[in-house]
Design a protein around this ligand. Sequence first.
Ligand code: SF4
Length: 292
Amino acid sequence: MRQRKPDWLKVKLTGTEEMARVERMLRNLSLHTVCEEAKCPNRAECFGKKTATFMILGSTCTRNCAFCAVTKGKPSPVNPEEPFRVADAARRLDLRHVVITSVTRDDLPDGGAGHFAKVINELRECSGGIVIEVLIPDFCGDEKALLKVVQAGPDIINHNVETVPRLYQVIRPQANYQRSLQLLGKVKEMDSAIHTKSGLMLGLGESREEVGNVLQDLRDIDCDFLTIGQYLAPSDKHYPVQEFVHPAVFEEWGKTGLNMGFKYAASAPLVRSSYHAGLMYREITGQGYFPS
Ligand code: SF4
């Protein structure tokens, strides 16, 4: 049975003409965005602010996280045209901050890292001055794979820890909390000029102490940016929401995150990994683009 959402989670999705134009263009280029796949409530705003999150490497994942709406199963072959299409879309949409993410491809020798690098290089070719953020899977902890992405030189490398270690077994059984921390920590060792970012969801049954420990673990590996949002079950078949956390609690975590040394902490019920991604980067580096 669908859980009743509190008022603060009820958003009227204002479909704008701009949003429709963007979605038509993405269809023509056979490109996926997480924004659409996840029916993100923020997409009208983000598209309007020239930010979008492209999903590369297909739409079928080799893993089976209990909170995620992405299709699970045998992925399709990698499309060699994709880097050019993503760069083309970014140029046509005049995007200033682009986020590239993917399903997890444990079926590929490098987990798709080489493909991420190609997309980054094509974007750099096509759109000068664009801020490139990649939201990567854990590449099974393969450092050579990670190095391919780091050497392509994105501005931000994001990898979500998603929840607290105690819940990994039920929420993301094929992932490993320590491995995710190590991956993010390695980025800074490989290239300290790259900003790192991570995020988690609340409402899966975690305790406050556990959340505080995760934030400390992320600060211990010098993670720069933090996002915290409310988990919403994509369907009745997914892990049920354990709690609709009050906005005041999110606000507290945002302040706590800044006090712990995160350069930016976006924490609110509707915050998602790429929400206000451009603002975060602009506030911290003075570069990038984010219209008021
Ligand atoms: S690895 Fe990512 S895309 Fe795959 S099921 Fe988990 S959250 Fe979804």
